[in-house]
Design a protein around this ligand. Structure first.
Ligand SMILES: Cc1cc2nc3c(=O)[nH]c(=O)nc-3n(C[C@H](O)[C@H](O)[C@H](O)COP(=O)(O)O)c2cc1C
Length: 147
């Protein structure tokens, strides 16, 4: 059955565009092989990522991500079974708030102003809504076609 997991984490340092692009390229290839789709948000040194796919694939990727020594304070915000994928066009969609001019609903802007950690604690339900909103407003086509 399909499963989704949303977590947040904090980079050990500010990531530059090149480091993020490298992470994305490798992730997209590996995710395609593992049947994983999702969305990654980078904002002020913090990450929030939704990964979805077969439960074992999702949990196995999450275990690897937790061990990754480029970030820490990795916390699950939400996980559970889903009927269908929400991000099936994206082997990993990506938004860097430094690069993308986002027009967000008011609640989402507050969420980002608070920072992902505080925002997700205050209002965990905004997390998925925000990622879905980013998915729907992203105009850049995925570089690797999906399944
Ligand atoms: C914020 C963040 C998000 C990541 N997302 C993914 C991902 O979606 N897919 C993936 O394969 N690796 C992702 N990684 C990388 C994994 O943690 C790990 O480095 C990668 O799976 C390669 O592991 P290996 O070098 O031990 O083979 C992410 C890492 C970070 C820090």
């Amino acid at each position: 059955m399909l499963y989704e997991l949303i977590y947040r984490s904090l980079g050990f340092k500010e990531w530059d565009t090149e480091e993020l692009s490298e992470l994305l390229e490798i992730s997209k290839i590996r995710n395609r092989e593992a049947g994983i789709t999702g969305m990654l948000l980078y904002h002020n040194q913090e990450f929030m990522q939704l990964i979805e796919g077969e439960r074992e694939a999702v949990l196995s990727l999450y275990r690897e991500i937790v061990k990754d020594d480029r970030h820490h304070l990795v916390h699950v915000i939400w996980e559970g079974y889903i009927q269908e994928r929400g991000f099936d066009d994206w082997t990993m969609g990506f938004v860097d708030t430094r690069e993308h001019k986002l027009s967000l609903p008011e609640g989402h802007t507050n969420f980002l102003e608070d920072g992902i950690l505080t925002g997700s604690r205050k209002n965990p339900t905004v997390c998925k809504c925000l990622l879905v909103h980013l998915r729907d407003t992203l105009t850049i086509a995925p570089t690797i076609p999906t399944f």
